[in-house]
Design a binder for this molecule. Structure first.
Ligand SMILES: Nc1nc2c(ncn2[C@@H]2O[C@H](COP(=O)(O)OP(=O)(O)OP(=O)(O)O)[C@@H](O)[C@H]2O)c(=O)[nH]1
Length: 557
């Protein structure tokens, strides 16, 4: 079993015979936990193999308990995990999430994020959106409020960190050039080799270019690491100009038909003009596909503002966050995307060459919360709810009771699932819809919602009331700022939907032969139907015949 970020406690003294026989069990005793300097919740037993390769104390994140011979490492983001735990605990015994009862847990979450070194504006907007979503979520049967809050916080954390994994971009025609930048000591040179190792595993051929001419040891270090991962390193010593070295290196790589070139540049102790102008020059010379800023996770929100600064100064495509293994707080991982608008593409989680992996916001959120089982439980419960809702809707459609509440629920469900345009794009055969048509559809949804919102609960439940009473339609029009005709059209549309849905459901349930063509024809015919006579207009307002027919239809059913 491999040591993971959460399996991080071991003894520096030689293991006992018992420990050697059954290492994972023999490592931690309650005595160790009681006397450790790190809160017990951050400690987990290191499985057997970790006995072999314990880094020395002083390594980021590792602490030696004085006198005890115990070496412990803070679990990645452990501090944040513990801080959030008190929030869930405060909701125990409540039956629903309300604005009042989440106030205190939200204060705990806020505190935990600030202590994790997440930047204040990010914390503010995070708290705002979690509060809004938590209070607005439907109660799911069997799911406790604290579990529901865990799910909301998880989803928001995923969004905060960029939502989806941001893949490395490759040039359409090889070679792909990746330019790495960063301050001194953040792990840039190590990342060069780790990235080459990662790409090699993907089947890409790589070359490293040593363009850090100020620190001779950096060239040696890159050469050694290159050998270690079996990737050639191009260098011209410390005399040539970095932009020229990079240019020559690329020429050489092209002649060898290399897929990916990684350029290591010089770091400085802090951001300065000389470094920026040199980077700009190298960037111009190599025209990179990716410009990645390497930042140290242990520097917290400082890392996020560095990403912003480099992006403004030289224009970058993303960040690589190193030393995440030693970061018990998490401020950098949580702030970078929100503060800079640039995604984290990779994270470094150790000194070994294989310790670089793509950044998965969802896995990271789960790691922070440490509640994978709660999340999958809530997701399953939500799925059951969705199924029950669908069955309920089916029953309603078949008994012709599809009303404005269902209408609203459906449209809001679409809104909740994300942009309408994305949903339409996912429906097979619908990708020919133009963006203008999509915008129009979204506008229509809002338009209809404004009318439904001013209907009485009774009118929403029984649209027949509106079909029968012109006074009601006029009232709805007035209160929603629309005209009577628009309200009548909405009511008519609901009845048309009912009729069409019933027809379709009947066909699906075998009550009727599926005649989709006929159905589409009748919809088209309705679209082209002529306007009503003058007499009708006086009685029903400015309504077209198809609207009147649809509104009357409910009487026949
Ligand atoms: N724990 C841990 N250590 C890392 C990680 N990445 C790099 N390091 C260590 O950080 C130290 C500095 O790494 P370098 O690659 O030399 O840093 P650099 O940014 O190239 O430094 P300059 O060349 O001076 O700019 C080394 O001891 C690395 O082993 C990581 O993800 N986790």
């Amino acid at each position: 079993m491999e040591a993971t970020s959460s399996t991080t406690l071991a003894l520096s003294s030689p293991p006992t015979a018992a420990a050697r026989r059954s290492p994972a069990k023999a490592i931690v005793t309650s005595h160790h936990l009681r006397h450790s300097s790190v809160p017990a919740l951050h400690l987990r037993a290191v499985p057997g193999p970790s006995f072999r390769a314990l880094p020395s104390p002083g390594f980021p994140g590792w602490r030696r308990k004085r006198g005890s011979g115990l070496v412990v490492r803070a679990e990645m983001f452990g501090q944040l995990t513990t801080g959030l735990e008190s929030a869930w605990n405060k909701l125990r015994g409540t039956d629903q999430l309300t604005k009042d009862n989440i106030a205190e847990p939200m204060r705990d979450i806020r505190r935990a994020l600030l202590e994790a070194d997440v930047s204040l504006p990010v914390v503010r907007s995070f708290i705002e959106s979690v509060t809004e979503k938590a209070v607005g979520t439907d109660v799911i049967r069997g799911v406790k409020p604290e579990q529901q809050l865990v799910k909301v916080v998880n989803d928001e954390l995923v969004q905060l960190m960029g939502g989806e994994v941001s893949d490395l971009v490759f040039a359409k025609t090889a070679p792909t050039v990746i330019l790495l930048a960063g301050l001194q000591g953040v792990g840039k040179t190590t990342v060069c080799a780790k990235l080459a190792y990662y790409l090699k595993k993907m089947g890409k051929s790589c070359m490293l270019i040593a363009a850090d001419v100020y620190r001779p040891a950096a060239i040696d270090q890159l050469t050694i690491l290159g050998k270690q991962v079996g990737v050639p390193v191009y260098s011209e010593g410390t005399e040539a100009k970095p932009s020229q070295i990079a240019k020559n290196g690329i020429k050489e790589a092209k002649s060898k038909k290399t897929d990916v070139i990684i350029v290591d540049t010089a770091g400085r102790l802090q951001v300065d003009k000389a470094m920026m102008s040199e980077l700009k020059e190298v960037k111009r010379a190599v025209n990179p596909t990716e410009v990645l800023l390497v930042v140290d996770a242990m520097t917290g929100q400082e890392a996020a503002s560095l990403v912003s600064t480099f992006n403004v100064e030289i224009g970058i495509t993303g960040a690589i966050l190193t030393k995440l293994d030693g970061d018990s707080r998490g401020g950098a991982a949580l702030s970078i995307k929100e503060v800079s608008g640039k995604p984290i593409k990779f994270v470094g989680r150790g000194e070994r060459m294989e310790d670089l992996e793509p950044f998965y916001p969802d896995r990271m959120a789960q790691r922070i919360l440490g509640m994978g089982d709660v999340l999958s439980f809530v997701e399953k419960a939500q799925e059951v709810m969705r199924q029950e809702d669908a069955e309920e809707l089916q029953k309603k459609i078949l008994s012709a009771k599809f009303n404005f509440n269902d209408f609203l629920k459906q449209t809001q469900a679409i809104a909740q699932m994300g942009s309408f345009s994305r949903i339409i794009g996912m429906i097979p055969g619908m990708n020919k819809v133009t963006p203008a048509q999509i915008r129009e559809a979204e506008k229509n949804l809002k338009f209809m919602e404004s009318m439904i919102n001013v209907m009485t609960p009774e009118e929403r439940e029984r649209p027949e009331l509106l079909a029968e009473s012109r006074e009601r339609r006029i009232r709805v029009a007035k209160e929603s700022g629309k005209n009577e005709r628009q309200v009548s059209q909405l009511v008519a549309q609901l009845f048309r939907m009912r009729a069409q849905m019933q027809k379709m459901m009947g066909a699906m349930q075998g009550q009727d032969t599926p005649d989709m063509e006929g159905l589409m024809d009748s919809i088209k015919a309705e679209e082209q139907a002529a306007a009503g006579t003058g007499k009708r207009r006086r009685k029903y307002g400015n309504l077209r015949r198809r609207d009147l027919d649809a509104m009357r239809g409910f009487r026949r059913r």
